[in-house]
Design a protein around this ligand. Sequence first.
Ligand code: URP
Ligand code: ZN
Ligand code: ZN
Ligand code: ZN
Length: 484
Amino acid sequence: MPTKVIKNGTIVTADRTWKADVKIDGGKIVQIGQNLSADEVLDATGCYVMPGGIDPHVHLEMPFMGTHSADNFESGTRAGLSGGTTMVVDFILPAPEQSLLEALAIWQQKSSLACSDYSYHMAITWWGEQVFNEMAEVVDRGINTFKHFMAYKGALMVDDDEMFSSFQRCSALGALPLVHAENGDVVASLQQRLLAEGNNGPEAHAYSRPPEVEGEAANRAIMIADMANVPLYIVHTSCEQAHEAIRRARQKGMRVYGEPLIQHLVLDESEYQNADWDHAAQRVMSPPFRNKLHQDSLWAGLQAGSLQVVATDHCSFTIDQKRFGVGDFTKIPNGTGGLEDRMPVLWTRGVNTGRLTMNEFVAVTSTNIAKILNMYPRKGAIVEGADADIVVWDPEREKTISAKAQQSVIEYNVFEGIKVKGLPRFTLTRGKVAIEESTVKAEPGHGEFVAREPFQAVNRALSRWKELTAPRRVERSGIPATGV
Ligand code: URP
Ligand code: ZN
Ligand code: ZN
Ligand code: ZN
């Protein structure tokens, strides 16, 4: 590959903003400085040169609710690149009783046409000696994060004893547990009551998953993680109740991370009241969209640092797939898209409004994610030696989001009609230009798996602390004779 230099731009990282050129060779950043030259020049005049976005939470071609999510690794990563996201982390979902390694092989097959780099989380969907043993092999293969669904009763859900066993195993292996925090028993019960009362439309999806359902599960997972002596990552934190649990845990010194989604930051519960069934059903996801008070809490969390990352949970379904749930909201496949829109929408609603600084934007879309998932500074950084996953961001470029122009294969977009200002001029994946303004040059199969090492520092610190504070017998010299 010829060498490249990104010239005349302003580099923006999670902690600095400065003017410099960035030289790329062999897919890596090789030099940062003034007046650099190379075989090819990418002009970044008027632009910010930032680490490419990392989406820590996507479901591409996910087997779920009797179907598969519509975007696969090819269309999903192409959508990501179009919006400045240069890496995604997908969830491997073993079927009940299925070997984790067998499921891994299926996901490797699915991701062969990825246009950008990717990594995996492994879901713990059942428990047994085989799972316990295979978790070690999974960590050896570069997957150090294990996901637990506290909802989807009868399908993906695990219960507390399984979660506690798995969290302890994570602790021993230097792995990080993730949870989907919703009380699946309460949801199942509310669903049945709503249906029995004739509430079968998509709005009932939201009624069946109030914030308390999420807050309770977040608190429970945090306490279980604390007892298992392991950090915890809570996916799609959508409400104040869950955020409050995370804040409280962090104040007590626990390593707990919270991940709001771009959907929850900007879309609200009124979407489910729309008179058009399709419109409302297309917004059905778990947790559901919330009201403004919850949205303000999530923004405040990003500002204050009690919430660390912004994801999409990209899990798109076509109109026909959503219609599986006509007459019974519990059969509407749960999930929405967002891969192409996360960065422009967060920039527009966050940076352009003054809610986030540019550096905070980089932190929550890239750097914090790379650190929390243990792939920093190979990803999430503009430093010599890092992968050249870079977005050259033009703060003046504008568009109105429209399904007609999107990369995702579905027919609609939950952000339809939103005007964004701030879009990629170039997106580079390991040094290759995949996006040049609206021209898509992404190459299926270019993406590679990113292996992530087990966590050393936090797990070692936690086990050292546990050892020091373990219950110990007090040795006494003179023990009095038993009283009479
Ligand atoms: O509704 C959602 N979020 N669908 C994807 C699966 C999950 O729970 O993350
Ligand atoms: Zn059990
Ligand atoms: Zn989930
Ligand atoms: Zn998800």
